[in-house]
Design a protein around this ligand. Structure first.
Ligand code: AMP
Length: 416
């Protein structure tokens, strides 16, 4: 039997319902804050991600699904949404609109990662971007909106971690300082950390080795090296989160997997997801991205949260079976009865009722069972002529009705 590719999944109807509830929360919360929905193509020029995500990142190095379009152009299934949204902003001249431009999306993304619970090769993200504002308010607004979406979804105990990365120049200076510190303390560090000092000195903060951890407590922190302007920006974001009563933890070593972040960065995590894959969503400010993509220098900020991770972190809601107003059963396998039944269902739907028709050739008993299974409020049993037997399922009461009286009776909601 042919199976779905590794790391992908089918969304079956019960799941689809939970996903569309989440989508409607996102649409309501982000729509009310003035964010317009955007949808970009599933694939883009590979160069967009090479430049926009960063050549040196894991995503670009190892995780992209890249292919030749047959005409010598290299295309890539989108691994993330920010670079495509920025491309669309430039391509459609959105810088000419009143700034900032606030956009949100719910789309699928593709990364060739090792699949596990909460990590797939095709997954969905809800994302929001504010392009054309350098204000700390836009960072705080975005964080609060993500908190609102997670709360509406019922995500269990999300923890918010925030930090500031400053500017690329501050970061480069800090990296040198940290590298020098690590080299000076090499004899107190684990061999793995020593080996990676030049490659990625920041990783030393994540080491599990107790001696390394002790040393790292004394290591210089990027947050203490921010320029006065960057520190002020971060302070204002924090004040707004405090005023909104949103609790957060400072995580001075928060490093995100994409190269383009500047200043504010954050992540929401949930224990419900397990330790390895605990991030529900995250984002930050990316003031340098649009310029890196060939546009004018444009400040921007945004986040993305994984739909599957939000759902994994949220307890299952009680099943809300969609109500079926009318189930039309057929008394005898007779073409006239079948046609009457079909027309009755069509008319009921046109009248705004939810109606279902017997489609499997069941016995009368089987049809009533099916009506029960789908939770029908009424059953109309159609024979080869009028009247039809009309049954109210909760009371079990039954009466004969003229065929044309069935829909008005249900619409009136009158009891039999
Ligand atoms: P990122 O674009 O890497 O910051 O990811 C943002 C969010 O998308 C993460 O916090 C996850 O919730 C989700 N996500 C990222 N990669 C995957 C994946 N391979 N499978 C499922 N969700 C993912």
């Amino acid at each position: 039997m042919i199976q779905a590719p590794k790391g992908t999944f089918d969304v079956l109807p019960a799941d689809a319902e939970r996903r569309s509830v989440l989508e409607s929360h996102a649409a309501r919360i982000l729509g009310a804050a003035g964010y317009g929905r955007i949808e970009t193509p599933t694939f883009e020029a590979t160069e967009l991600f090479a430049r926009g995500v960063g050549e040196a990142t894991d995503i670009v190095q190892k995780e992209m699904y890249t292919f030749d379009d047959g005409g010598g152009r290299s295309l890539t299934l989108r691994p993330e949404g920010t670079a495509p949204v920025c491309r669309a902003y430039m391509e459609h001249g959105m810088h000419k609109l009143a700034q900032p431009v606030k956009l949100w999306y719910l789309s699928s993304f593709f990364r060739a990662e090792a699949p596990q619970r909460g990590r797939y090769r095709q997954f969905w993200q809800i994302g929001a971007e504010v392009i054309g504002s350098a204000s700390p308010e836009s960072d705080a607004e975005l964080i609060l909106l993500l908190a609102d979406v997670l709360e509406a979804a019922g995500a269990r105990e999300p923890r918010l971690l925030i930090s500031s990365l400053g500017t690329p120049a501050t970061r480069a200076e800090y990296r040198e300082e940290l590298t020098a510190f690590l080299k000076a303390h090499a004899d107190e560090l684990s061999p793995e950390v020593v080996q990676r000092i030049d490659l990625n000195p920041l990783r030393a903060f994540d080491a599990k080795d107790p001696a390394t951890q002790r040393t790292m407590r004394e290591a210089p922190k990027l947050l203490d090296r921010l320029s006065p302007e960057d520190a002020e920006h971060f302070q204002r974001v924090r004040e707004m989160l405090d005023d909104a009563d949103l609790s957060y933890e400072l995580e001075p070593t928060l490093v995100r997997g994409l190269d383009y972040y500047t200043r504010t960065v954050y992540e929401f995590t949930s224990e419900a997801l397990g330790a390895a894959q605990s991030t529900i969503g995250g984002g930050g400010r990316y003031d340098g991205l649009i310029e890196a993509l060939g546009g004018p220098s444009t400040p921007a900020s945004g986040w993305a949260a994984g739909v599957e991770r939000i759902l994994l972190a949220s307890p299952e809601p009680p099943a809300v079976a969609s109500p079926v107003d009318l189930f039309v059963a057929i008394a005898a396998p007779d073409p006239t009865a079948a046609r009457t039944a079909f027309n009755l269902v069509s008319e009921a739907r046109r009248a705004g009722l939810s109606a279902q028709l017997e489609l499997a050739g069941r016995s009368l008993k089987g049809q009533l069972k099916q009506a029960d299974r789908v939770g029908a409020r009424y059953v109309a049993l159609v024979g080869d002529g009028s009247p039809v037997a009309f049954k109210q399922m909760d009371t079990g009461e039954q009466t004969d009705l003229d065929r044309d009286a069935v829909i008005p009776t249900i619409l009136r909601g009158s009891r039999l």
